[in-house]
Ligand binder design. Structure first.
Ligand code: ATP
Length: 201
């Protein structure tokens, strides 16, 4: 089985951008944000348990999860947040582990891309950690521009995430993304060669 390399960074740091660059080199990657949505899609055991616990009011008319309503509840009530996390975290983790084993794959590593890699137990799936790093000001500017969000909202999200210094302390590899994309692509190619040639046993 290929080893799992975690790839993380704060909001707007460039995780998806960098993941796609690895993808262009043939590296299989799984995005934890996407998996987190998949495990509560209509028809999943996850959504069924949520609807049992919070009532049908938590569903929209088309049967999908009313994320805004759920956010409001868990924001107000830490016990409900705990309940939800103890349901979702193991489910997400299992699904990540499953998707991280592609068929017909001959590279020695795959990537787990997650904003919460180090904040949840997802990091235990990963042998090494890559941090995509930019200064906070760059992070704010890029996130504001991409999502058309006001500055204070982006700043609040950053304040709720792990501080840049702590994240960097946990990094085995750092990709400096405060530079033109062409340069980042070169850095990714170099790191790819390193990870590919490493003896992982
Ligand atoms: P999130 O956690 O919020 O989903 P992310 O870490 O996946 O974010 P991206 O979506 O990859 O970040 O990047 C944020 C924004 O910054 C995007 O609009 C992207 O196009 C832009 N961006 C990323 N890297 C660079 C770069 N080196 N130069 C200029 N713009 C960049």
């Amino acid at each position: 089985n290929p080893v799992v390399i975690g790839l993380t960074g704060g909001i707007g740091s460039g995780k998806s951008t960098v993941a796609k660059m690895f993808g262009d080199l043939g590296v299989h990657w799984v995005d934890a944000d996407i998996v987190a949505r998949e495990v509560v899609e209509p028809g999943t055991p996850g959504l069924e348990k949520i609807a049992e616990h919070f009532g049908q009011e938590i569903l929209q008319e088309d049967g999908s999860l009313d994320r805004a309503a759920l956010r409001t509840i868990v924001f107000r009530d830490p016990h409900e947040r705990e309940w939800l996390e103890s349901l979702l975290h193991p489910t997400i983790r299992d699904e990540l582990a499953r998707q991280l084993q592609p068929e017909d794959y001959d590279l020695p590593y795959v990537l787990l891309v997650s904003p919460l890699l180090l904040e949840t137990d997802q990091y235990t799936l990963a042998r090494k950690v890559i941090v995509v790093d930019v200064p906070v000001e760059t992070q704010i500017e890029r996130a504001m521009e991409r999502d058309d969000n006001p500055r204070d909202q982006v700043e609040r999200i950053i304040a709720a995430q792990m501080p840049r210094e702590h994240r960097l302390e946990r990094a085995d590899y750092v990709i400096d993304n405060d530079r033109p994309l062409d340069q980042v692509r070169d850095v990714v190619r170099e790191l790819h060669l390193k990870l590919q040639d490493k003896d992982w046993d």
